[in-house]
Design a protein around this ligand. Structure first.
Ligand SMILES: [Cu+2]
Length: 328
């Protein structure tokens, strides 16, 4: 993980992120200047009125309703130029925003790989699509980007509206049930970047994160090839027992492990679960202790999530964890 700024648009890693940062920086300086000017104008007005009031203690100095044509003209010019300047500034910012939209479209014309992202309450199902359905790799809460190649994201939702937000690459777009949205992103440097659901989607909305792994083409291809393989077969008696526990338990109703009879789709695909960095949509490290807690009672770790608690005997739990840990 990019530890200094795991989830920041201020350190972009791709062309869209850079474009966003430019526009953001432009807005920032323009608005800061406007803020300073308005502040100076407001303070000047206050000081002037205080001074005027101090001077006009005598009733003879009471304000009259007679207009002074010279100061009236001066004021008209000041107000007129302020209105003109405001219009210019607003149109300038508008044009910068529209140009950003066009930049997105020019990136969309290059086509690299396609990734389908399905938003669930409260995790991300990720399909790295292959030339044939058999080549498609299904994983969870982790998206891989080959460096320098555009990736087209097809964004859909399973239940409610979610929003895909990956600030380092400049992307943010809603996932809407019944509608497919598209976002084209490119990473230009290596790194692991954090993303997050950005549209309130229920109790665990804030715990619906994912990582984007940007890596050189060769690493990406090696990762894809490894993910395409069916699950590793158990190599120790404990792992073997763990597989039995998994296949005999309720786990198979909701999880798929390719190469076994487990075909559930309500939860994340676990075929290569041990290759993932986190559990519970980016919120806990993928380590045996957290995993034991998760299986026994995920609701103490992520209240309200859609995996039921599964009480297991200690030996069975250890075997299950050994098995899941072997699914590289
Ligand atoms: Cu969400």
């Amino acid at each position: 993980m990019n530890t200094r700024a795991p989830q920041s648009m201020l350190e972009p890693a791709g062309p869209m992120g850079e474009r966003f940062l430019e526009v953001y920086a432009g807005f920032h300086w323009v608005l800061l200047t406007v803020y300073a000017l308005v502040g100076v104008a407001a303070l000047t007005a206050v000081f002037r009125s205080v001074r005027a009031r101090r001077r006009s203690v005598e009733p003879a100095d009471a304000p009259t309703l007679r207009l002074d044509p010279r100061s009236e003209r001066r004021m008209a010019i000041t107000v007129g130029s302020a209105v003109a300047l405001t219009t210019v500034v607003i149109f300038g910012l508008l044009i910068a925003g529209i140009r950003l939209g066009y930049a997105f479209e020019s990136l969309e014309s290059e086509r690299g790989s396609t990734v389908k992202v399905v938003g669930h309450q409260w995790w991300w199902e990720v399909h790295h699509e292959g030339a044939t359905p058999g080549d498609t790799v299904i994983t969870a809460n982790e998206i891989h980007f080959p460096i320098g190649v555009t990736t087209r994201l097809r964004l859909v939702a399973q239940d409610v509206i979610h929003s895909f937000w990956l600030p380092a690459l400049g992307g943010k777009r809603d996932l809407i049930p019944g509608l497919e949205n598209e976002l084209v992103l490119r990473a230009d440097r290596e790194g692991v970047f954090r993303g997050q659901c950005a549209e309130f989607c229920g109790l665990q909305h804030a715990h619906m994160a994912f990582v984007a792994v940007a890596e050189p083409r060769a690493d990406y291809d090696a990762w894809l090839a490894a993910q395409r393989r069916p699950a590793a077969a158990p190599t120790t008696p404990e792992q073997l027992r763990g597989r039995e526990v998994f296949l005999e338990g309720p786990c198979v109703l909701c999880h798929t492990i390719r190469g076994t009879a487990a075909r559930g789709t309500a939860g994340p695909d676990l075929t290569h679960f041990a290759s993932r960095r986190s559990i519970g949509a980016g919120i806990f490290p993928n380590e045996p202790g957290y995993l034991a807690g998760w299986i026994t009672d995920s609701h103490s770790m992520k209240p309200g999530n859609h995996m039921p608690p599964v009480p297991l005997a200690g030996a069975d739990l250890n075997a299950l964890i050994a098995y899941l840990g072997s699914l590289r």
